[in-house]
Ligand binder design. Structure first.
Ligand code: AHR
Length: 329
């Protein structure tokens, strides 16, 4: 009898110890790797989760395809992971699969691109860029800079290179770009096309614009990668980027800072990819049983350029060279 009691006790202890040391499994459905921003975002979240004691990451790269991301989310449900981090390549078409996540009662954290159905589903926390404001800042910077260099009343031809069609980062920035253009009537929109957030497509779109549009004075690229690709095309066409054509990007990746310091890009509007510092304390708090409001938190972001001091209402631009050494991505 005594022997049976001790065996049972040992088994119970074993169950307790293994339950206490079981990993918290966090699954992350990422869009793909289209840009420097995306690489920084993946690296940041991966290291934040993998370096956390007791946490295990299940990562899936959607290769820019919605169907891959839907499949990944369903796999996460089958694996019965503890938390799901999600950003969607486009903003629509997630209702069904995210409802399945809700039905499986897996807490969902939305990051970066918030899906259109966010109001109709349950999520425990959301962190994403204020894309409309980023788009507004781009045009406002161009308008205010032109005033500063004495071209405030001159008609200026502007092209907008958009991100992946249907991504909230594209729809939001386009909305912000177009609304702000109304405040600067001398900025004439002469081209608007997607460069799919990649360097290669940014270069190709700029090449074709340089052949088909008589005069381009300002390029607004909805991310830095496309701006950098466009710079290659501008140089190949014998023009001087940053002077013959004023160039704005978005994201504020290291390569954009280098380009600004080299005098080729004029401005980059920040969109931070560093969500690890938000996600980790949030999951820790959820584990403790805390709850969060169903709101989207936008991190504070800056605007960086050649000289600094351009007032954009909500923020003043900062000279890129002054802060380049402190940049993390
Ligand atoms: O959703 C954020 C956007 O996605 C970044 O601006 C872009 O570079 C990325 O691909």
């Amino acid at each position: 009898m005594k022997k049976i009691f001790f065996v049972a006790l040992a088994l119970a202890l074993l169950v307790c110890v293994s339950a206490a040391s079981a990993d918290v499994v966090i699954a992350f459905s990422q869009i793909g790797q289209e840009s420097d921003w995306r690489t920084a975002n993946t690296d940041d979240l991966k290291s934040a989760i993998e370096n956390h004691p007791g946490w295990k990451l299940v990562y899936d790269d959607g290769q820019q395809k919605q169907e891959n991301q839907i499949k990944a989310l369903r796999n996460f449900i089958t694996q019965n992971v503890d938390y799901i981090l999600f950003t969607g390549v486009v903003s629509t078409g997630w209702d069904e699969v995210l409802k399945e996540v809700n039905e499986a009662e897996i807490p969902l954290l939305l990051i970066d691109r918030i899906p259109d159905c966010a109001d109709k589903i349950d999520y425990v926390a959301a962190f994403g860029g204020d894309f409309v404001e980023e788009g507004r800042r781009q045009v406002a910077w161009a308008g205010e800079y032109l005033k500063k260099i004495g071209k405030g009343d001159t008609d200026v031809n502007i092209v907008i290179m958009e991100g992946t069609t249907g991504a909230s980062a594209q729809t939001g920035r386009t909305e912000g770009n177009l609304k702000a253009l109304k405040e600067y009537p001398h900025l004439k929109l002469v081209g608007q096309q997607s460069g799919n957030f990649t360097r290669a497509e940014g270069q190709a779109v700029m090449e074709s614009w340089l052949k088909s549009i008589d005069k381009i004075d300002v390029l607004i690229a909805q991310n830095d990668d496309m701006a950098l690709g466009a710079i290659d095309a501008i140089k190949a066409a014998g023009k001087v980027p940053g002077k013959d054509i004023i160039i704005l990007g978005c994201d504020s990746v290291k390569a954009a800072f280098d380009s600004i310091v080299a005098g080729e890009m004029n401005c980059t509007v920040e969109c931070t990819p560093l969500y690890g510092k938000f996600v980790v304390p949030t999951i820790e708090a959820l584990i403790r049983g805390e709850k969060f409001d169903k709101t989207v938190v936008h991190p504070e972001e800056g605007v960086f350029d050649m000289d600094g001091g351009i007032d954009l209402g909500t923020v003043k631009s900062i000279k890129a060279a002054d802060v380049i050494a402190t940049r993390q991505y």
